[in-house]
Design a protein around this ligand. Structure first.
Ligand code: FBP
Length: 264
């Protein structure tokens, strides 16, 4: 297994993963205000920005669109995913094999684990198969570590997010993508619980430039190694401008204020 810091999805120890699997996870509703983004090429274009270390998509999008972008974008193939039409206890169908992801040119794998769901046992066993197969292909594994289910009333409270990062470390993820636990201190604790595994913050629904950049500044200060973000980038009118600012906050560790001033 190559060291994670030598992976193409990592730049100077950090990652900015642009996620675009929302059409499956949430449905076309996420594109209502930005209908032009229903064309995946538009988001792949955004992912050619230097700040973006990988684009996370499902198999069908990779098959149809990645061949045109393979020279300019690193591919993170999301192996599982479920639609919002599913009304059961949180679960995620495995939609792509590791061998096929490698054939499509993946540079990394992504896998959701809903710790705490009544389906946790099967999900973790599926994760095991994917993680071990990924090792054979030298493909790092990013875990969408999202504890949720009947027994979890609040899936972003500090103790839940630090459990999410620890669970990812112990199950063999290279990067854990977790929700923001509400404060810099709580994120710092979640990062500590992850040992030497990288933690990145999940973007969440769109907020203002300043609010989002300040949250990113806080998580970088807390020791997180970047972002895996979707809506907060591609739902914007000018995603490139925000990526310019994110590049400063994540890789150059500038403040949100300084990054905004330099890029406006
Ligand atoms: P956002 O930055 O838009 O929140 O995307 C991150 C992500 O994990 C996507 O990969 C995924 O489609 C979505 O959030 C799932 O969100 P949730 O399950 O919390 O609704």
């Amino acid at each position: 297994m190559i060291p994670i810091d030598d992976s193409p999805i990592v730049r100077d120890g950090k990652s900015l993963i642009l996620a675009m699997d929302h059409g499956l996870e949430h449905g076309p509703v996420d594109f209502e205000d930005v209908p032009e983004k229903l064309d995946p090429s538009t988001v792949f274009e955004t992912a050619t920005h230097d700040a973006v270390t990988a684009m996370a998509v499902q198999k069908g999008i990779a098959e149809g669109y990645y061949p045109s972008y393979e020279d300019n974008v690193n591919l993170l193939l999301k192996l599982n995913g479920t639609s919002n039409l599913w009304m059961g206890e949180p679960d995620s169908a495995v939609n792509c094999s590791v061998d096929y992801a490698a054939e499509l040119g993946a540079d990394a794998l992504g896998f959701t684990v809903y710790g705490g769901s009544n389906h946790e046992i099967e999900m973790v066993e599926e994760f095991r198969d994917a993680q071990e197969k990924g090792r054979e292909h030298d493909l790092p594994m990013v875990m969408w570590s999202y504890p949720r289910g009947q027994g979890l009333k609040n899936d972003t409270k500090p103790g839940t997010i630090s459990y999410a990062t620890r669970l990812a470390l112990e199950l063999g993820a290279d990067i854990a993508k977790v929700k923001y636990p509400g404060s810099k201190d709580a994120m710092a604790h979640a990062v500590k619980c992850a040992g030497d595994m990288k933690v990145v913050m999940s973007g969440g629904s769109k907020t203002s430039d300043y609010e989002f950049l300040s949250q990113v500044e806080a998580v970088i200060d807390a020791g997180a190694k970047g972002l895996a973000v979707g809506r907060n980038v591609w739902q914007r009118e000018n995603p490139t401008q925000l990526l310019d600012a994110l590049e400063k906050v994540i890789y150059e560790e500038e403040t949100a204020d300084a990054a905004l001033e330099a890029t406006e």
